[in-house]
Design a protein around this ligand. Structure first.
Ligand code: IVH
Length: 697
C-alpha cells in the first residue's frame, strides 16, 4: 500500500508559490490520497505509520496549496472535514432503500423460534444449520452514507426509516468515515449503513466538560452521539469524539454480494470501519453460545452496545425471506438482559429536593454496570428502605432501571456480618436544620422551611431544565454560587441579573456571562406550558402543564381559576386541582408572579389544536415505556395529546396501547400480561403520520 504514496520529493520541496497550476493540481491530489490513507491508518485501523508531526506537515502543505489555488478545492478534500457554516435546518433525504428496524429476541427460546421460522420459510429441513453473522448491536445513531463513484456525497440520519435528515457536513467531521473509498474501482453508487457512536470514556469526558460549563449533561452515550450528529453547527460536531462502525449496505449499483460477510469484507477493504468482533456462525447453537459469551463480557465493551444483531448470511436467502413493513425477516436483535452487580452500600445520605422532599440516597462503592460507573442510587423514601430491609454496610444488588437510572433491587443478606447499621430519617432538614414534616398518609417527608437553600437550588435547576424554561449555561455550580451569595432568592431574580454581577463570580468571563444573560433573556418568551411546569406546583408535571396552558391560555386566567373549574378539566384529578388552586392562593406565589411580570417574562401561549375524529389516537389511552429514537418522552406524549389521545403513566386494563421503545421497563411485561396491544417506535411514527394526515399537515 505504501508504494502508492511514494513521495516525489522534487515536487514537495518546491515552495508553493513556485508551483504551476498543473503541478499544484497533481500534488494536491496526491496529498489528499496520502492524508486520507494516514487518516484511515489512524482512525480506522488504529495503527498509524507516520508521526503526528509528519501528518500535520502533509496537511499544512495541502492547506497552503488550496489557499493559493482555491479552484482546486474538492468537496472530498480532507481540509473540508471541518469548516462548513452552521445550517438553518437540515434538509430531508429519502433513502434509496428504506432503513428498517429490527425485531427483538429476549432469550434463547426466541432465538430458536427465529431460526425455525427462517428454515420453515426457506423450505429447509429443521436439521439444517443456517449461516448467521453475529454483530454487536451498537447503541448510537443509525446513518446512511451515500458514495458516488467512491466519493462521499451525502450522509443522512435514519429518521422514520424512509426519509432522514441531511447531516452530511456533520458526518464529514467524523474521522473514521472515509471521504473517498480507498479502492481503485469503486461502484458508481452505494449506500453504506452504520452506527455513529461515542465511546463510554469520551461520553464521560464530554459530560464532565458540559457540567463544568454549566450545560446539561447528556443522559447516555447514545443521546450524546445523536445530539452531536443532529447539530446545526458542524464545528460543534467536530469537537465531539464520534466514531462509526459500518454494518451493511443499502441500495447498490455496479456491484453485488453473495453473502453479508462478503459485503462486510468489501466495506473493510474500501476503508470503512467494520467491527472486528463480527463473527460468522454456523447454526443457531453457535449463535446462542456467542450471545451468551457476549452477555457475560458486555462490560468489557468500550462503547454502548445493548445486544447482538443476528443476520442470515446468504443474500439469496435474505431476498427470499423479505421484510415485513418494519423489519427484515432475515435478522433479529438479541437484547442483553439488564445487568445486575453487587456492591457495598457505604452510607445513606439525605438529599433535599425542590419541594423540600427528603430523599435517602445510597452511597455505593463504585461499580460498573452496563458500562457506566455507578456511585450512588436513590432509595426513594423510608418505606422503600424498610421494604428492602437495607442497612448501611450491606452488600446490595444494583441495576440500571431502563438502562439509565441506578437502583437497588435487593440485599445479599448472607453477606451480613452483624456490623450493619439501620438507617433512620433525620428529624431536621440536613441542609438548613429546618423542621421536617411527614403527613401521616404520605410516604415522603419534607423540609417545611420556605427559605431552605437546598430547595431553592433545586427549584432553580428545575426552572432552567430542558422541559421547563430550557435555560442553558446555568449549571449546578453557578446556581450554588448564586444562592450562596444571596444573589437569587427565587427564579424571578434570575431575570434581574446583570452581566457585571455574573462576572464577579468564579470562572465567569465576559463571554460566559453574556451567554448566560442571553439564555435567560431568551427564556422570557418561553411557551406558557413551560412556565407553568417551571413553577414547580406539586402534582403538575410537563403534561399537566400543557393541559392547563391549553385550557387557560394565560397565567392570569389560570391563577384566577376556581377549584370547581380546575376539577372540571378532564384528566386533572381532584388532588392536582386542589394543589393548583392552593398554589395560586399563596402570598408567595402572587409575589413571584408579580416579579416575573415586572422583569418582562411574557410566556407565549400554546394554541389548542382541535383533534380530528379520524386521528388514530382519538379516545385512546396510551402508555410509553423505554426510550424512543425520534422524540423525547415529553414530545411523544404531547403528540398523542395533540392528536386526541390520552397519556397514562402506568398500564392498566383501560390502557389501549403501549408504545415500546428501547430498554422497556416493567410496563412492557404488564402489557403482555394484560394482553394490551403493544407497538414499536416505527408503528408509533406511522400512527403519528396518519394523525398528521388527518389534520392536513
Ligand atoms: S442492521 C435491516 N446491524 O439497530 C437491518 N443494526 O433496530 C437493520 N444497530 O436502526 C439494521 N447495530 O441503529 C444492524 N450491527 C448492527 C447494528 C444495528 C446497531 C441499530 C441500528 C438500527 C437498529 C435496528
Amino acid at each position: 500500500m505504501e508504494s502508492r504514496f511514494e513521495q516525489d520529493l522534487s515536487l514537495r520541496s518546491k515552495p508553493v508559490k513556485e508551483l504551476t497550476l498543473n503541478e499544484a493540481r497533481q500534488e494536491a491530489e496526491k496529498l489528499r490520497r496520502e492524508i486520507e490513507y494516514h487518516n484511515y491508518r489512524y482512525y480506522v485501523l488504529n495503527a498509524p505509520v507516520i508521526s503526528d508531526a509528519e501528518y500535520d506537515e502533509l496537511f499544512r502543505r495541502l492547506v497552503e496549496i488550496e489557499e493559493r489555488f482555491p479552484e482546486l478545492v474538492t468537496p472530498d478534500s480532507p481540509t473540508q472535514r471541518v469548516g462548513a457554516p452552521p445550517a438553518e435546518e437540515f434538509g430531508a433525504v429519502t433513502h434509496r432503500l428504506p432503513m428498517l428496524s429490527l425485531d427483538n429476541a429476549f432469550n434463547e427460546d426466541e432465538l430458536r423460534a427465529f431460526d425455525e421460522r427462517v428454515k420453515r420459510m426457506l423450505g429447509l429441513s429443521p436439521s439444517t444449520s443456517v449461516e448467521y453473522v453475529c454483530e454487536l448491536k451498537l447503541d448510537g445513531l443509525a446513518v446512511n452514507l451515500t458514495y458516488e463513484n467512491g466519493v462521499f456525497v451525502r450522509g443522512a440520519t435514519r429518521g422514520d426509516g424512509i426519509t432522514g435528515e441531511d447531516v452530511t457536513a456533520n458526518l464529514r467531521t467524523v474521522r473514521s468515515i472515509p471521504l473517498r473509498m480507498l479502492i481503485d474501482d469503486p461502484p458508481p453508487f452505494i449506500e453504506v449503513r452504520g452506527e455513529v457512536f461515542m465511546t463510554v470514556r469520551d461520553f464521560e469526558l464530554l459530560n464532565r466538560q458540559r457540567v463544568e460549563r454549566g450545560e446539561q449533561p447528556f443522559m447516555n452515550p447514545r443521546n450524546a452521539a445523536a445530539g452531536s450528529v443532529r447539530q446545526l453547527d458542524p464545528k460543534v460536531t467536530a469537537e465531539r469524539r464520534l466514531d462509526i462502525f459500518c454494518y451493511g449496505v443499502g441500495h447498490v449499483e455496479g456491484i453485488s454480494f453473495e453473502t453479508h460477510w462478503q459485503a462486510l469484507e468489501f466495506l473493510k477493504r474500501a476503508g470503512f470501519k467494520v467491527n472486528p468482533d463480527n463473527r460468522l456462525c454456523c447454526g443457531i447453537d453457535e449463535v446462542i453460545q456467542h450471545c451468551i459469551d457476549w452477555t457475560e463480557r458486555r462490560h468489557e465493551i468500550p462503547y454502548p452496545a445493548d445486544g447482538m444483531v443476528i443476520k442470515v448470511n446468504q443474500i439469496r436467502y435474505q431476498e427470499l425471506l423479505g421484510t415485513t413493513a418494519h423489519h427484515p425477516r432475515w435478522a433479529i436483535a438479541y437484547k442483553f438482559p439488564a445487568e445486575q452487580k453487587t456492591t457495598l452500600l457505604k452510607d445513606i445520605i439525605v438529599q433535599v429536593g425542590r419541594t423540600g422532599a427528603l430523599t435517602p440516597v445510597a452511597v455505593l462503592e463504585p461499580v460498573e454496570v452496563d458500562g457506566v460507573v455507578i456511585t450512588s442510587a436513590t432509595l426513594h423514601n423510608e418505606d422503600q428502605i424498610r421494604r428492602l430491609d437495607v442497612r448501611i454496610g450491606d452488600t446490595v444488588i444494583v441495576q440500571r432501571a431502563g438502562g439509565v437510572i441506578p437502583e437497588i433491587v435487593g440485599v445479599v443478606k448472607e453477606r451480613r456480618t452483624g456490623d450493619e447499621r439501620e438507617f433512620t430519617m433525620p428529624k431536621r432538614c440536613p441542609v438548613c436544620g429546618g423542621e421536617v414534616y411527614k403527613p401521616p398518609d404520605e410516604v415522603v417527608a419534607r423540609c417545611i422551611n420556605p427559605t431552605c437553600p437546598a430547595k431553592l437550588e433545586n427549584w432553580l435547576k428545575h426552572w432552567c431544565s430542558r422541559d421547563a424554561m430550557n435555560i442553558e449555561h446555568i449549571g449546578p455550580k453557578l446556581i450554588k454560587q448564586l444562592v450562596d451569595r444571596g444573589m437569587v432568592s427565587d427564579p424571578a431574580d434570575l431575570y434581574a441579573l446583570t452581566r457585571w454581577q455574573l462576572m464577579g463570580l468564579e470562572r465567569m468571563g465576559e463571554k460566559s456571562a453574556e451567554n448566560v444573560i442571553s439564555e435567560i433573556e431568551k427564556s422570557k418568551t418561553a411557551s406558557l406550558d413551560r412556565l407553568i411546569f417551571a413553577l414547580g406546583i406539586r402534582h403538575v408535571g410537563a403534561r399537566t402543564a400543557r393541559i392547563l396552558s391549553e385550557h387557560f391560555g394565560s397565567l392570569e386566567r389560570l391563577s384566577e381559576a376556581s377549584l370547581e373549574e380546575l376539577m372540571n378539566i378532564p384528566e386533572i384529578g381532584p388532588e392536582t386541582a386542589r394543589s393548583i388552586y392552593d398554589y395560586f392562593r399563596m402570598e408567595s406565589t402572587r409575589e413571584l408572579l408579580e416579579k416575573l411580570r415586572k422583569y418582562g417574562v411574557r410566556p407565549s401561549a400554546v394554541e389548542k389544536v382541535a383533534a380530528p375524529v379520524e386521528s388514530p389516537f382519538v379516545g385512546k389511552t396510551v402508555v410509553f415505556t423505554g426510550e424512543l429514537d425520534s422524540y423525547t418522552r415529553s414530545e411523544a406524549e404531547a403528540l398523542v395529546q395533540q392528536y386526541g389521545g390520552k397519556v397514562a403513566s402506568s398500564v392498566s386494563r383501560s390502557t389501549d396501547l403501549v408504545v415500546v421503545g428501547r430498554n422497556p421497563g416493567s410496563k412492557y411485561q404488564r402489557a403482555l400480561e394484560l394482553g394490551i396491544r403493544t407497538i414499536n417506535e416505527e408503528e408509533f411514527l406511522e400512527m403519528v403520520k396518519q394523525a398528521k394526515g388527518t389534520m392536513g399537515e
